[in-house]
Design a protein around this ligand. Structure first.
Ligand SMILES: Cc1cc2nc3c(=O)[nH]c(=O)nc-3n(C[C@H](O)[C@H](O)[C@H](O)COP(=O)(O)OP(=O)(O)OC[C@H]3O[C@@H](n4cnc5c(N)ncnc54)[C@H](O)[C@@H]3O)c2cc1C
Length: 393
């Protein structure tokens, strides 16, 4: 039987959308299967930053930071209505663990990894201007560093990438849940639950972009494909009523030294994130009471106005799941590199994406397609994803 589809993608988060776009841009016939909705998983519950990740320099993840900064530059160029540069402020107090020398070193290296373009400028906010910083607590404040990074609306970005994939010919089916798959001599047959009942479809390759469900998706494939040991780590955010106007504040939790963002978000203030090991069904992830208290405590610590009972109302909250390689030690220090796992070295039929960043989705999609190229028919290139303009709804 010849495959009606070149590529079936499971999942319409940012990675599924990105792979669908890259595959369709490569001239392939693409079908995307999504059980809930575009971006309904992690891709609408992130910190919404398009960034290299300054803090990953602390764990020497230089390759990751460089790749994300390169992708940041591409997204600022192709999606100017979806991704914009924000000014980030890093306040240093007597109790702050990351001292000024570390900030200066980190920001210099960050600039070099970004190619020293005009977006890599950084400096210190003069003391005379500290009172313009949204009511930041000035008590014991010693320095305020600033630099620039990107902010987006993750759901809007995922939808824009998927729309672009569809414009290139990809077909999207929702709600359709992949429940099983069988590897065949020339590809893979996928079994799905659809509103019309169970259906089967055949493709040359399957890309598993199931996010926190990716290992469960891989386990439904027969004969068994390799599944790495991964951990799911919950990250929560709260949205406080009242807004901040001068940009994003990158602060340190006084309790455990973790870096936390306080960000303007649709006229309110977004605070996140946390890191709590998660077990159970990814669909059930939700912020816990202690995470809400932890985040609220950080907002109050740095912005006295959030200490007033009427000003610190939690308007909403949400939680997402990071997929990290299994290992010992605190998850904060664990690698954030994306893991691509194929069923076999030569002519792979399945590729699973574990972990990754919103920021680097396009690079990940290109790497996924490059990995599968030998298993796909040669098609005429239709477009290059680094040149396709992305626009909001
Ligand atoms: C708290 C938190 C903060 C983050 N902040 C940032 C940030 O600021 N910047 C950044 O760059 N990255 C950030 N990330 C990382 C980034 O958000 C994720 O890497 C990215 O969203 C993962 O996208 P995905 O497409 O792999 O997964 P998801 O978005 O979870 O998509 C998976 C999809 O697969 C579907 N699916 C699963 N199983 C099936 C099935 N059997 N059949 C059909 N469909 C199925 C699900 O419904 C879902 O829609 C953050 C992550 C977390 C958790």
């Amino acid at each position: 039987m010849s495959a009606p589809w070149d590529v079936i993608v499971v999942g319409a988060g940012i990675h599924g959308a990105g792979v669908a776009q890259a595959a369709a841009a490569g001239g392939h016939r693409v079908l995307v299967l999504e059980q809930t909705g575009i971006g309904a998983g992690t891709s609408s519950r992130s910190s919404k930053l398009i960034h290299g990740g300054l803090r990953y320099l602390e764990t020497y993840q230089l390759r990751l930071v460089r790749e994300c900064l390169r992708e940041r530059a591409i997204l600022l160029a192709i999606a100017p209505d979806l991704v914009r540069l924000q000014r980030f402020h890093v306040p240093i107090y007597g109790h702050t663990r990351r001292r000024p020398w570390l900030l200066r070193t980190g920001l210099s290296l960050y600039g070099v990894l970004a190619g020293l373009d005009r977006n890599t400028r950084w400096g210190q906010v003069p003391r005379a201007r500290w009172n313009t910083l949204d009511g930041l607590d000035l008590n014991g404040l010693q320095h305020v560093f600033w630099y620039q990074d990107g902010q987006t609306d993750d759901l809007q970005l995922s939808r824009a990438v998927m729309r672009s994939a569809q414009a290139l010919g990809a077909e999207l089916r929702i709600p359709v849940r992949m429940v099983g798959a069988m590897l065949t001599a020339d590809g893979i047959t996928v079994r799905c639950d659809t509103p019309r009942g169970t259906e089967e479809m055949h493709a040359r390759v399957l890309i598993n972009a199931g996010g926190p469900w990716a290992d469960a998706v891989a386990r439904r494939i027969a004969p068994a494909v390799p599944v790495p040991t991964v951990e799911r780590v919950q990250g929560s955010h709260i949205v406080l009523t009242g807004t901040i106007a001068q940009g994003i504040y990158y602060v340190e939790s006084p309790r455990d030294g973790r870096a936390v963002f306080i960000m303007p978000w649709h006229g309110q203030t977004l605070v996140g994130t946390t890191e709590v090991r998660f077990q159970g069904d990814p669909a059930d992830v939700a912020p816990t009471a202690s995470e809400l208290r932890y985040l609220q405590g950080i907002a109050r610590q740095y912005f006295p106005r959030f200490r007033a009972p009427e000003a610190d109302r939690i308007a909403s909250s949400f939680a997402g799941l990071r997929v990290l390689p299994g290992g010992d030690g605190h998850t904060f220090h664990r690698s954030r590199e994306t893991l691509l796992v194929a069923d076999r070295e030569r002519s792979p039929r399945v590729l699973s994406i574990y972990g990754g960043k919103l920021t680097s989705y396009r690079a990940t999609a290109e790497q996924a397609m490059a990995r599968m190229a030998g298993s796909l028919p040669v098609r005429a290139l239709v477009a290059r994803t680094r040149e396709i303009r992305l626009t909001p709804d």
